[in-house]
Design a binder for this molecule. Structure first.
Ligand SMILES: [Zn+2]
Ligand SMILES: [Zn+2]
Length: 266
């Protein structure tokens, strides 16, 4: 895959943050204040959901009720990929959220999520091959991107690899081509994650040159980390206002696209 030295992201937009509604330390209002203090023009709250989360309607109302001068506020959720078919740990009935972060929190095996420690043990015992593990992770991520019922960001891609004793050197160019193709099909973006400091500069450059939109996400769980994009600087991505996926401006999202995506059953 041909490579470019840099990718462009808008560092004044942070769509990956958590509040004390799930595992963050501060209220949604305090995180909104932090977004203003960080100089952002767009901020999204993306608390963790599971299939049985019954509070998403109330959560959306709360976030839609937040107002800060000069700040566009979006409401998303973060959901883990459950299995190699790309099913997501997401309620089947969802309100009109702006986006979903799909995340590799557990290893998405054919039969369902497996703790990465158990995968590491299986690799060490010779019961699983690293190449097969990465294959299945990429297949699952591509499937999740395609079947997600909302505009998608792939959150902290490949953050699972070190937890399984693997690294991004186990990710081949054909894996990245497959991921890029899946993302391009549905205009999904891939995140450069400030907390997990992934993916690497090589993967960012490959995905960027393959036409994938990159977004910076802090994954902030406390106010002082909102808009903290030090890792973006480390890998050399350039700041370009408006560089992100067009759906980051929800008014621009064609209704036909949203309808088509919602029609995909979970
Ligand atoms: Zn996550
Ligand atoms: Zn997160």
């Amino acid at each position: 895959m041909s490579r470019t030295p840099t990718a462009a992201v808008d560092r004044r937009r942070d769509l990956h943050t958590h509040s004390d509604l799930t595992d963050g330390t501060a209220s949604p209002a305090a995180m909104a204040d932090a977004a203003v203090a960080a100089g952002l023009h767009t901020w999204g709250l993306s608390d963790h959901v599971r299939a049985d989360s019954d509070w998403v309607d109330e959560y959306l109302r709360l976030v839609r009720g937040l107002r800060r001068d000069g700040l566009e506020i979006l409401c998303g959720v973060e959901a883990k990929i459950l299995d190699s078919r790309g099913r997501l740990d997401l309620p089947t009935a969802l309100p009109d959220l702006d986006y979903v972060l799909v995340a590799d929190h557990q290893y998405p095996a054919a039969g369902g999520p497996v703790h990465p420690r158990d995968v590491a043990r299986a690799i060490a015992a010779g019961a699983m091959l690293p190449a097969d593990v990465v294959d299945e992770l990429v297949v699952a991520t591509c499937a999740a991107v395609q079947r997600a019922p909302l505009p998608v960001i792939v959150a902290h891609p490949f953050s699972l690899l070190p937890k399984m004793g693997l690294s991004e050197t186990d990710v081949r160019d054909d894996h990245l081509r497959a991921l890029a193709a899946a993302c391009r099909t549905v205009d999904a973006a891939v995140e450069i994650n400030g907390k997990w400091r992934c993916p690497s500069a090589r993967i960012v450059a490959d995905l960027s040159s393959a036409g994938v939109d990159l977004v910076a996400g802090s994954d902030a769980h406390r106010p002082q980390d909102v808009g903290a994009f030090g890792y973006v600087d480390v890998i050399g991505a350039v700041h370009q206002p408006g560089a992100d996926a067009p759906w980051a401006r929800p008014a621009d999202l064609p209704s036909s696209r949203r309808e088509r995506r919602v029609a995909v059953s979970p």
